[in-house]
Design a protein around this ligand. Structure first.
Ligand code: CO
Length: 447
């Protein structure tokens, strides 16, 4: 998802210099991320050497029996084997088993830990110790990390199910609803009562963008549904949040091997971005590394060669939360066989509270006032879509929705497209710039 950040009402404005990256400048397409041409830094505060005491402690020392120890035991009695492992359920297909049943210890897997490059460590060591502490205290909080890793594990399990089951002939609505039902089931939170989906749920509308549509397409109720075709290239972008911290991660699906090198280019570029990212690393340096990798690929589509171009103005964005200001980034790259410049398409992706949205509204249209209350209670400043309203039981809400948009209270988001006939791919991970290492929290063995 784009740069829309989560700020729930009553949250203090993001006032500190905790991220010094350039803010999205005017004139960029909606949903654009930190400018790839910017020269800001990914994190303004230094990091310190820290102990890595956050790893799960559930792994009790395994009772390792050597062969000789076993052979010394009585062999005569054939005791029935204890089925210890049977008590921990495996994930179902489609995924519906809550994660707390699969991880009874309550400790969730750690993401991929990467060291910072030498250059950034040199910078880091010049910072005052108290600054280092202030900057990273929150990201080293074990309860916070565990919650965030839970969201990441939900993302992995749901997306791997999509990768195994998605096929041509399915409708985008079925795919989107399947993802969303899976996320909510694994979180153990249907999100149907006021406030519940603010605790944990979808981070934004599930993006299922096909071909020249690069980002921000989601199926809307009442619209002609789109059927996935064998030759489609589909970007699957969804977010899972726990307490407002969003794991934002995306991948691309293609059934036709024609697009293999397009997907490989973008995956390689995203991994390069992840490797390059660090505290005090300039955004423009990350961007140029991404661009260099992406442009080293080309793709042959029906006998014609196309260079893979990076999509401008989208590569990294920070994820903010209402309670803790940390240094959490989504690193995403988009590659395209088109121009590499996006424009807003017709149609609608979702809606989010505008920056200065009031606590309550008193508009002439009573349905708008009622809808506003529903939005505040269920989404806060999370971006939502029409399907999310309908599952809450909202009816005849379009007039109210349009009224909130025309009064500047809600901001609409539109699909972002490159030129028709082009193909685009996306890979995205959420990374935490922690004290001593960066954690690629959404990393899986798929991507
Ligand atoms: Co995303």
């Amino acid at each position: 998802m784009g740069s829309k950040t989560l700020e729930i009402e009553d949250a203090p404005a993001h006032d500190g210099p905790s991220t010094a990256g350039p803010q999205p400048a005017g004139g960029e397409p909606r949903g654009a991320h930190l400018s790839r041409d910017g020269d800001g830094c990914m994190g303004s505060k230094g990091a310190a050497d820290g102990d890595d005491d956050d790893e799960p402690h559930d792994a009790a020392p395994a009772l390792m029996k050597t062969a000789s120890a076993v052979s010394n035991k009585k062999k005569k009695r054939n005791r029935p084997r204890r089925k210890n492992k049977a008590s921990v359920p495996k994930q179902s297909s489609p995924p519906r088993v809550p994660l707390h049943d699969i991880f009874p210890s309550g400790n969730y897997p750690v993401g991929e830990l990467l060291s910072y490059g030498v250059a950034s460590e040199t910078t880091i060591r010049t910072k005052a110790p108290e600054l280092r502490y202030e900057a990273h205290r929150s990201l080293e909080d074990s309860a916070f990390l565990n919650d965030y890793r839970k969201a990441a594990e939900v993302h992995r399990q749901v997306r791997q199910s999509v990768q195994q089951t998605v096929k041509p002939g399915q409708t985008l609505t079925d795919i989107a609803v399947g993802i969303e039902d899976g996320v909510r089931a694994l979180l153990g939170n249907a999100g149907l009562e006021p406030g519940h989906s603010l605790q944990a749920g979808m981070g934004f509308p599930t993006g299922l963008s096909l071909n020249h549509c690069v980002a921000h397409y989601t199926p809307n109720p009442g619209r002609k549904d789109v059927v996935l075709q064998h030759e489609d290239v589909m970007k699957v972008d969804f977010g899972v949040h726990v307490n407002g911290w969003i794991v934002d991660s995306a991948f691309t699906v293609a059934f036709d091997s024609t697009y293999d090198s397009l997907l490989a280019a973008v995956k390689d570029a995203t991994n390069t971005g992840i490797e390059t990212a660090g505290i005090d690393v300039r955004i423009c340096d990350v961007s140029s590394a991404i661009q260099e990798v992406m442009e080293s690929y080309e793709v042959e589509i029906r006998g014609r060669m196309f260079p893979v171009k990076p999509v401008r103005n989208i590569c990294a964005h920070d994820i903010k939360q209402y309670r803790i200001h940390g240094e959490v980034f989504a690193i995403e790259t988009f590659g395209t066989t088109g121009r590499g410049f996006l424009r807003d398409d017709t149609g609608i992706y979702g809606y989010g509270l505008s920056h200065d949205a009031p606590r309550a509204v008193a508009l002439p249209l009573t349905s708008a006032n009622r809808l506003y209350k529903t939005i505040k209670e269920n989404f806060g400043s999370l971006v939502f879509c029409r399907r999310y309203l309908e599952r809450l039981g909202c009816e005849r809400y379009l007039a109210g929705l349009n009224c909130l948009v025309s009064n500047g209270i809600l901001e609409p988001y539109q699909p972002l497209v490159d030129v028709p006939g082009s193909y685009s791919a996306q890979f995205e991970h959420t990374i935490l710039l922690r004290e001593s290492r960066k954690e690629v929290i959404s990393r899986g063995n798929d991507y």
